[in-house]
Design a protein around this ligand. Structure first.
Ligand SMILES: Nc1ncnc2c1ncn2[C@@H]1O[C@H](COP(=O)(O)OP(=O)(O)OP(=O)(O)O)[C@@H](O)[C@H]1O
Ligand SMILES: [Mg+2]
Length: 449
């Protein structure tokens, strides 16, 4: 049931509004001063406020901005006398949902309340959606590699320059492209992705630039093309290394002129698009083999953002595991699994040839198949599968000392991640004294962590 809070010093008036609202199925609470009103809001049950413009302690008009700032999710309806109507209109402009001139009719009141509640629900829904989206595009990690990527994104997102994103499969190239778009001033406009490797060469041109009706066999209707769809936004050309030389020439022309030419049309169309590209190939090498145009390469590669493979940023592994476990648990409505430190340690040593995407799938698989809430080393070995043992990353060679230090570092990191960063708890789990753990971490060069 929705609770409505009435803040008005006229007690008789409060009684009569209370009656109207109770009959309509609302719970009602009345208070007679602004101070009591603020206290009432702290209970957390209030869904809407009916606010009188004249109150004995703080004027309703002065209370309003405070309510809006502290409780942005609660709509406020102002109640006013004819004399102060002008002020109420102004207040409505600054954020009150509506205003009612006293005396008002029951139906007018109920309509206003109903609309305000629907409006508040929609806004809450929108905020939830935004939060979910933000989470979807969150970039987890605190390795030097990822910090460098983040800094570069911040630096170049707002500038309208081309960015070439490189990195092995599954390292997060698309995530970077989306972050660049979301942090740019084009963020309210479309983000359009086109995978150049997924479309046959003869169709790629029309897919990119569009075509006129009858331009080729099968072109029954005209199509706008991805460049056009991305107008004023961002076009992300994925796997650009696969683009054939003919289309490379056309892309270069478009980038230079800011115009697209639909297949089957003579007339160029102006188009304002920021182009981001990604590849997991060595484009420089393709240039030297004459498979990729050098001029286009320089045009696209104004800034390069390289994503290091996961095996080169192992300190991110426990964080990413935690992130995917929590996210999957929330999405599926199940309890998050806990990983034994030895299991996390094992996963830190694994080579992750499919990088972050492989880990995401691994966590999903584990969450679906595992029947307890605790995962130990043996389980993890099973979930990774037989062949994983061959891909286990044991190439790091060195002295016994460095091997032991690496082992201890990863083991402690895993224990810390598991204890949610709580050193005391991590020390307890590791069976050592808290001070010893600090000393150990210092010795291993982990004091900055
Ligand atoms: N640092 C990160 N934090 C959180 N999630 C990540 C991170 N990096 C990648 N991911 C997630 O991993 C998955 C793969 O990332 P993405 O699709 O961006 O990789 P990619 O480099 O484009 O891969 P491919 O080359 O195979 O197309 C996505 O679901 C992405 O959200
Ligand atoms: Mg991708």
């Amino acid at each position: 049931m929705h609770t409505v809070l009435i803040i008005d010093d006229e007690q008789d008036f409060c009684r009569s509004v209370e009656r109207m609202l109770s009959k309509a199925g609302y719970a009602v609470q009345s208070v007679y001063t602004a101070t009591e009103g603020l206290r009432g809001l702290q209970s957390g049950d209030i869904r809407l406020v009916l606010l009188d413009h004249m109150l004995p302690d703080i004027n309703g008009m002065d209370l309003l901005p405070r309510l809006l700032a502290d409780y942005p999710q609660i709509p406020v309806i102002l109640m006013t006398s004819a004399a102060s109507l002008g002020q109420a209109v102004e207040a409505a402009k600054t954020g009150a949902y509506d205003y009612l001139e006293k005396p008002f009719e029951r139906n007018r009141l109920l309509l206003s309340i109903r609309n305000a509640l629907v409006y508040a629900d929609t806004r809450r829904e929108r905020d939830r959606y935004r939060e979910a989206c933000a989470d979807q595009f969150e970039m987890v990690g605190r390795s030097d590699g990822i910090c460098r990527v983040r800094t570069l994104i911040e630096k170049v997102a707002g500038r309208d320059i081309s960015v070439l994103i490189t990195g092995e499969s599954g390292t997060g190239k698309e995530l970077v492209a989306r972050a660049l778009h979301n942090q740019s001033n084009r963020s309210e406009k479309p983000f359009v992705r086109l995978n150049c490797a997924a479309i046959p060469e003869n169709l790629l041109e029309s897919e990119m630039f569009g075509h006129e009706k009858g331009a080729f066999t099968g072109a029954h209707t005209s199509r706008p093309g991805r460049f056009f769809t991305a107008h004023e936004g961002t076009l992300f050309l994925d796997e650009i290394g696969e683009m054939s030389p003919g289309i490379q020439a056309k892309l270069l022309r478009t980038l230079e002129s800011g115009e697209i030419q639909r297949v089957g049309s003579e007339k160029p169309v102006t188009c304002d698009v920021r182009v981001l590209t990604a590849t997991n190939k060595d484009l420089r090498d393709r240039v030297s083999k004459n498979l990729f145009r050098e001029d286009l390469y320089y045009r696209l590669n104004v800034v390069k953002i390289h994503l290091p493979p996961l095996r080169e940023r192992k300190e991110d592994i426990p964080l990413l595991l935690e992130f995917f476990i929590t996210r999957t648990a929330m999405k599926e409505g199940i309890i998050p699994l806990r990983l034994a430190p030895s299991a996390v340690h094992y996963l830190c040593g694994y080579a992750w040839p499919g990088n972050v995407r492989e880990m995401e799938h691994f966590v999903s698989r584990m969450m679906v198949l595992h029947s307890g809430s605790y995962v130990d080393l043996q389980h993890v070995r099973e979930f990774l599968g037989e062949e994983a043992a061959f891909r286990y990353d044991n190439q790091e060679s060195g002295t016994l000392r460095t091997a032991r230090d690496d082992f201890e570092r990863n083991y402690i990191r895993a224990a810390l991640a598991q204890a949610g960063g709580n050193v005391t708890r991590a020390a307890e789990n590791l069976g050592i004294d808290r001070r010893n753990l600090y000393r150990k971490m210092e010795g291993l060069g982990m004091d900055g962590e």
